[in-house]
Design a protein around this ligand. Sequence first.
Ligand SMILES: [Zn+2]
Length: 297
Amino acid sequence: MYTIKSTLGKGQGLFAAQKIQAGVRILGDEVLFSITNSTINEGIGERISVSLGNLPPEQQQQFETLHCPDHPTWTPLVSRYLANCFEMKPPGSGIFLKAARVNHSCCPNAFFSWNSNLQCVTIHAMVDISAGDEITVSYIFPFFSLEIRQAVFRERYAFECDCPACNLETLTGQSGEHRRMRMDKLCLGVDKRNGGPSNNDEKELRMALDFIELAVDEHLDGEFLSCMYRRARECYEDKGLGDLALRYAEMELETVKRLLGGDHPVTIESARALEELKGRLAVVQQRERDGEKMDAS
Ligand SMILES: [Zn+2]
């Protein structure tokens, strides 16, 4: 489905060997080694060294083949690890040899996630990808402003992103930056974990809907978007607007199924939430029908 080739200035990269449809799992990759705490502090070098040292020599050599940015303060071991690791169960992270070859774009066409059911990192096509196109993921929340993105790229990955969103000399880059800065602000105002009603649902619903509109306009997709669909679904249900709650629950499920796969815990949870919502709405409709019958008699 893909080939690994050298790219200009970015080490190796993954390229589609054929057309890949949105939602297809491009790869599922098992961990080479991991650390349970990837907080960047004095002890991180020691933690990486101990975990790497437990591997047989040939696997240690595989790690050595990964891209190692020239970072001003970190040792090559830490620099190579941080540039290539993927988040597992936070704060843990690990090295996945195939996934580590996937380069970053702030306008990605694929999505990576840790699937605890499969114990592997998966990468799914976010949109249809043409044969020959590079497969890219966003290493960070892509709706951060350019200033924040560039700081993270410099600090963590020691690279400059040259994607269309990072070029503010073009109209695309400028309008995209404007949308992303608004999304960043809106994201802070929406409670993405709270399953219950909020004290200010009307305002929060408006923010979630604005975020969704901006993300769609900017062609940005990700688990963060499914969180907004979920919050909109919860707010609509609180307001007694069942049809709208159902529509957003379906969009939430479509998003996580496409980006994470049907076997991901988040997708399983979204599917369960949709079925439960349908059950609650059916009860409400039955009550309404019973009420109409009583009124008529
Ligand atoms: Zn970029």
